[in-house]
Design a protein around this ligand. Structure first.
Ligand code: ATP
Length: 341
């Protein structure tokens, strides 16, 4: 794997409290990496380190094999971050979008470039003349994103880009993410609580919990609400009425909100066939079948009542059982593939 970042024994603390503790983590180049985790799990803290905005209290961060402490200004500049609450200059949209180019002393065809960048986030050229206070929350987010995209960054870090936007804006931001990936091969690192949105855009996941990496690679996070059923099991009801029952956490007093489901511990059977004896599965439909980097197994995406589940299966299994997009299937969850966050 060609690593974009490598973190070794990284620790970050605030007021003596360790909020991030990563022993060893590699993040791949060329892809869209999604970061999951509940509030306070350390996503923004990690992003602030990866964007070189702050330095860890201890440990080492390598960027393309180079110690980030020793990067030259032009190497640092290929990493751009859009923070959770982007700050706009108290000027026009044009000035805000053009700002990054201006400070790099790039002034050729500025107007055309600004209009083009606005179009990438679905805003008309006429928006360029608006003042910073004439924008809605979602428009601020898109203007700030246009100001990053105009730089055609090699690495773009987006912290909760869809937190304050409506469905239409989230869709525009998704398209802008794909555009950056396609046009300039930008590697994107994106944190979001919107599991469905992140599922649609990312091809690699990193899960954080209490400042630690709990999983990376393909993983399913199933957010609550979960209800205890009095038999040490947790129950989730899906919008279409289907019900998933999973074994609860070992520590019954723990307040849990997210189930982490191992894609290799989910089995698929075709609808119409009997689900394994005594088990009730979830019924859904295969939406995509993807290769995984450096892995033999294929990743089968199954949509269940608007939720996307990733299932890891050997390629010959997918082929012989003809699990192509559109196939109706049942999912079955092995208890040893369930972890609670
Ligand atoms: N400047 C700071 N001073 C003190 N503590 C901080 C500071 N910034 C973050 N923290 C603490 O560090 C922990 C991790 O916070 P962080 O913002 O990285 O989490 P997060 O996963 O991004 O959360 P969210 O999903 O709510 O944005 C939290 O406990 C938070 O209270």
């Amino acid at each position: 794997m060609s690593a974009l970042y490598r973190l070794q024994n990284v620790r970050q603390s605030y007021d003596g409290r360790t909020v991030l503790a990563i022993d060893d983590l590699e993040l791949p180049e060329n892809g869209i990496i999604g970061f999951f985790g509940p509030n306070g799990s350390g996503k923004s803290t990690l992003f602030s380190l990866l964007s070189l905005v702050s330095r860890p209290c201890s440990g080492k961060i390598l960027f393309r094999g180079l110690d980030t402490e020793k990067l030259q200004p032009e190497q640092r500049r290929c990493i751009t971050i859009l923070p959770q609450e982007p700050y706009l200059l108290k000027r026009t949209v044009f000035d805000n979008v053009a700002y990054g180019l201006k400070i790099r002393d790039i002034r050729d065809g500025l107007e055309k470039k600004v209009h083009e960048a606005l179009s990438w986030v679905g805003l008309p050229a006429s928006f360029a003349g608006r003042k910073w206070y004439q924008l809605s929350g979602g428009e601020v987010q898109r203007v700030a994103l246009a100001g990053r995209l105009i730089l055609r960054p090699e690495v773009l870090i987006l912290d909760e880009p869809t937190a304050s936007v409506d469905i239409g804006s989230a869709q525009r931001i998704r398209e802008a993410v794909f555009l950056a990936r396609k046009q300039w091969q930008t590697t994107l690192l994106i944190a979001s609580h919107d599991q469905g949105w992140l599922d649609q855009v990312s091809n690699y996941r990193v899960g954080l919990f209490q400042g630690r990496v709990v999983n990376h690679g393909a993983v399913n996070f199933l957010f609550g609400p979960w209800q205890e059923n009095g038999a040490d099991q947790m129950v989730k009801k899906f919008p279409d009425g289907q019900i998933l029952v999973l074994p609860g956490p070992a520590d019954k007093n723990r307040n849990v909100s997210v189930a982490m489901l191992d894609p290799a511990k989910i089995s698929i059977c075709c609808s119409g066939m009997n689900s394994p004896a005594g088990k009730l599965g979830l019924s859904g439909m295969v939406s995509t079948v993807r290769r995984q980097r450096h892995r033999e197994e294929l990743l089968v995406d199954v949509m269940v009542s608007g939720f996307l589940f990733q299932v890891c299966l050997p390629a010959h299994d997918v082929k012989t059982r003809q699990l192509w997009p559109g196939t109706a299937v049942m999912l079955d969850f092995s208890p040893d593939g369930v972890r609670w966050l």
